[in-house]
Design a protein around this ligand. Sequence first.
Ligand SMILES: [Zn+2]
Length: 335
Amino acid sequence: MLLRQNESAAYAIGASLYDYRWHVVATDLAGIVIDREQVDLATPDAEAAVAGLGDGIQRLRQRLDPQRMLPLIGIGPPGLVDVSSDVVKSATDLGWRDVPIGERITERTGVPCAVVNRSKAGALAAYWHIARRTVDHLIFISIGTGVSAGIVQQGRLLLGANSSAGELGHITIVPDGPRCECGNRGCLQELISERAIASGARAALRRNPDSVLLEICGHHPETLTAFQVLDAAERGDAVALSVVETISGYLTVAVANLINLFNPQLIILGGPVAERSPRLVASVARSVGDRAMAYPLSVARIVSNELGPEAGAVGTAVLVLENAPRLILQLPIYR
Ligand SMILES: [Zn+2]
């Protein structure tokens, strides 16, 4: 078959937002990245983000053969995405609401778009590359400014009735916990996101002023970042370790619930927080057995995301590749 024989016959473009940076990739028909662009956002507002994405795609396309580009662009923004209209309904961590990102990028590029939440895109990438399509049940969890999950069941991405399945960040972990932008209290996102890690560490610093964290932030706790905390924990700082242990406890509850609910073979912990903290991934893998049922747990492995920050972008390219047999026939060379 043509697609198997020549993986460079065409390429797909996909993009995803990761920690205020658009990763835009071009992949061959096997989903291997052949070129990439990155665009950093000065501000997280939706207008700037859409403009930055358009620039990144344009720059990448200028370097590639236009005759071989599959005529669909995959986009993986954060938040609740209506996949039927390619609109981000809301992304609470960034303050986006009703952003017609697919339409805006099509206006700019002249190419139709397919939009899914970035964690769903991460799940697709993990299905192709980490599971190599031999594992049919996996869950990709992204932890960063927001928290969400992409669920692959029986080799297919689970969307739900209005494509909002997988909003792991807004499951209730602490009934009377901190107020969340979604209107609920004690959401997982409010307990383990980058913002939660930084504020948890600031609170711990007030009780332990001799922590090395105080030097790391130049004695300005208000500037402390989640990444500084995670790095200090990897180096053994007691205050940072206590913060990681706390978020590990919350995340373990969520992961155990997912194991009992979905019976996955693989749970991939990704996003800026998990990828920065091998200790967090190890801690969840170690303690999940205290909560999940032994039978579903017996087939579940918990791993870190080896695809790194490009996972979402690669996953949206995979979304395009899933349509490759139809799209390739639209290329000029086959018309
Ligand atoms: Zn919430």
